[in-house]
Write a protein that binds this ligand. Structure first.
Ligand SMILES: Cc1ncc(C[n+]2csc(CCOP(=O)(O)OP(=O)(O)O)c2C)c(N)n1
Ligand SMILES: [Mg+2]
Length: 694
């Protein structure tokens, strides 16, 4: 007679602990195997992430793009193994760039074994677009929390526009986990201040209060009262004194969900490297493998088989399936049914939501874009931009944005009736007021774009430096964000060199994938926006003049639609075949045109190439590029009121650049143009010199 022994079913608390220790040991093993990474924080935060995902979050692992899912942001991105473990254990599915579900796991156990290796879906830091289920790229501390504020603004705006009685189409929450670093960084403070002001009660930050950063204890450099700071920002501040207390964590998250009118900040007291006998509570647990011996000792302390690596015990995946899997699937099913009846009742709104999710544009979106008549006095780039933005914000319902307190100068103010300001009491407002917080603004714009809104953020071009880390992430994430930078050069003369960009164009052009556009007249501004609006996976920076620029007569010169090719032949000598090429962007375009007319009059065969965007031009086929800049024509002159850095690639060794080699100065624009040589006469002289004529 054979006896079948049946193991007693495991109690839920045992499964909870087993799941948590699985996250811990997967993290430990992956870092040990990679010989690099950050084990200590995943060891400490496994209970938090477990509780949040398996007990609270509304997320269906079957469809990580379900629009009403709760968002999870790991702002302390170095703890990425938390995310890889939980995406693996919940069996989250992969999706592709066309938003199709692929059926395969987002993160496989093999990926985790190959943590931090080439092509692994478990890279060093969370990477949006690379791993399904990652809501935003993190790693530069502070970016994640700041981006989460954009996500929270987006949810409020979406709910206001699309929810109807009985139809809570958008009612999701945003959770962001952060460490000491995120709270030391200025961008975190900027974003927290704005979130408090806006009363974003759909936003919950959980602060890993472990008193440890890389150099040691936070007593070295971070001793402020964080709780009081967040109270002062207007947040609801809670404290969970033991990071291993699942019920307390769950309770705090429950209080968050019930809190109205303000965001929630949960201070979670934790121990980095929890369970490691020698590294617990030390910075040694932060950013290096525990070491083989310590791994064993740590596993022993968890009651884990010491020699097993990458172990996922029986019952753990099932436990996640029974928790988040079941809850998430039910939530998505309910939502899908709800959306079907919503579509019947509100077909237009449903269509908008679907278009927005696919990053498409509504029919006729560009019908009302202005056409500017020729005008020698002209209009400033920023003014033309303002007119365009006011059209776009009306023709594309989900276009919204604002400025870092420079709306009246950037001309980004939305002036049409009903545009409104987004505030706690007006969630449908299309105008965002970021305050003087450029860095948070750019991160928030990223959060809005991650939520599928078409968002813009504006400031003076000089202060793009203050936003640069988030612009870089925008590009890394392939988000269609729009950055509007006005006062593009020395046009604000009297403000002086602190306000005059020099190296900024070169620095933006150096970011791989970012589209930089510096249009040369009002119609080029329109065409620049037309191009940018059609981007689905690339951010753009529009660099616009403060001062009026002549609106070129397009019956005489080539149409501004050439902007869509990055650079185009604006003017040519009669019959073509130029001997010298003048290349210009922005405010220097009309100077080049003036010089060209003089050169033609004296019998010099000059061509003017308008080059608003290097990046777009580089994407054109070689024959087009050669037709604009014929290789045989070596006499080339670039004119741009910015650093000359990089122009060699277009003017060649035989060419010349009229640009900036120093900072500017404080004086009226005319005096500066004189001093720095941005005059048609200077262009004419340089062109003659290039041709060896006096
Ligand atoms: C903007 C930025 N500066 C510096 C770093 C390098 N860095 C990574 S983690 C870290 C320490 C973070 O401390 P904390 O946030 O407390 O994380 P913990 O060690 O507690 O997990 C630093 C300085 C970074 N990733 N981003
Ligand atoms: Mg810390």
């Amino acid at each position: 007679m054979s006896v079948t022994t049946v193991a007693a079913p495991m109690a839920d608390t045992e499964l909870d602990q087993l799941s948590i220790d699985t996250i811990r040991t997967l993290s430990i093993d992956a870092v040990q195997q990679a010989k690099s990474g950050h084990p200590g924080t995943p060891m400490a935060l496994a209970p938090l992430v477990y509780t949040l995902w398996n007990r609270v979050m509304r997320f269906d692992p079957e469809d990580p793009l379900w629009p009403n899912r709760d968002r999870f942001v790991l702002s302390n991105g170095h703890a990425s193994m938390l995310l890889w473990s939980v995406l693996h254990l919940t069996q989250t599915r992969a999706v592709n760039a066309d938003y199709e579900r692929l059926g395969q796991p987002s993160v496989s156990l093999e990926d985790i074994r190959r943590f931090r290796q080439l092509d692994s879906k478990a890279p060093g830091h969370p990477e949006y677009h690379w791993v399904s289920g990652v809501e935003t790229t993190t790693g530069p501390l502070g970016q994640g929390v700041a981006t989460s504020v954009g996500m929270a603004i987006a949810q409020k705006w979406l709910a206001d526009r699309y929810n109807r009685p009985g139809f809570a189409i958008f009612d999701y929450d945003i959770y962001a986990v952060c460490g000491d670093g995120c709270l030391m960084e200025g961008v975190g403070a900027e974003a927290a201040s704005l979130a408090g002001h806006l009363g974003l009660d759909n936003l919950c930050w959980i602060y890993d209060n472990n008193h440890i950063t890389i150099e040691g204890n936070t007593s070295l450099a971070f001793t402020e009262d964080v709780a009081t700071r967040f109270l002062a920002y207007g947040w609801n501040v809670l404290r969970v004194g033991d990071a291993n207390d699942l019920d307390r964590i769950q309770l705090a998250l429950g209080i968050f969900r019930e809190t109205k009118g303000r965001p929630t900040f949960i201070i979670l007291d934790s121990h980095i490297g929890y369970g490691s006998p020698h590294k617990h509570d030390t910075s040694a647990a932060h950013g290096e493998p525990l070491g083989e011996d310590e791994v064993r000792l740590t596993k022993r302390s968890y009651g884990w088989p010491e020699d097993q690596r990458f172990l996922v015990p029986d019952g753990v995946r099932e436990h996640f399936a029974a928790g988040i899997g079941t809850r998430g699937a039910a939530a998505r099913r309910e939502w899908t049914t709800l959306f079907e009846s919503y579509r019947v009742k509100y077909p237009d709104l449903a269509r908008e939501i679907e278009q927005m999710q696919r990053r498409e544009l509504p029919a006729g979106w560009d019908r009302d874009l202005p056409v500017f008549p020729a005008d020698s006095k002209g209009i400033a780039g920023r003014d033309a931009s303002g007119k365009v933005l006011n059209v776009l914000a009306q023709s594309v319902p989900w276009v919204l944005g604002g400025s870092a307190d420079l709306g009246p100068s950037n001309k980004t103010t939305l002036t049409y009736p009903g545009a409104g300001s987004f505030q706690a009491g007006n969630r449908g407002g299309k105008m965002l007021h970021f305050g003087i917080r450029e860095h948070a603004m750019a991160a928030i714009v990223n959060g809005l774009a991650l939520s599928k809104l078409r968002a813009f953020g504006a400031t003076f071009f000089i202060f793009s430096d203050y936003a640069r880390p988030a612009i870089r992430l925008s590009t890394l994430m392939e988000l269609p964000t729009i950055f509007v930078f006005t006062h593009d050069a020395m046009g604000d003369g009297e403000d002086g060199p602190t306000h005059q960009p020099v190296e900024h164009l070169a620095s933006l052009r150096a970011i791989p994938g970012l589209v930089t556009l510096r249009p040369g007249d009002a119609n080029e501004v329109v065409e620049a926006y037309r191009y940018v609006m059609q981007l689905r996976h690339q951010p753009a920076a529009l660099v616009l003049s403060r001062q009026p620029l002549p609106t070129l007569d397009r019956r005489v010169y080539a149409p501004a639609t050439g902007v869509a090719r990055g650079a185009y032949v604006l003017a040519d000598p009669p019959g073509g075949s130029p001997e010298v090429i003048l290349i210009a962007s922005g405010s220097e375009l009309s100077l080049a045109v003036e010089a060209h007319e003089k050169l033609i009059a004296e019998g010099t065969r000059s061509r003017v190439v308008s080059m608003p965007s290097w990046e777009i031009f580089e994407q054109q086929p070689q024959d087009y590029r050669d037709s604009v800049l014929p290789p045989a024509v070596k006499a080339r002159l670039a004119i741009e009121q910015a650093s000359t850095f990089g122009w060699e690639r277009y003017v060649g060794r035989a060419g010349h650049v009229i640009g900036m080699r120093t900072f500017g100065a404080s004086a009226p624009l005319k005096a500066l143009q004189e001093k720095f040589g941005f005059k048609p006469e200077r262009i004419v002289t340089s062109a003659r010199e290039l041709l060896g004529r006096q």
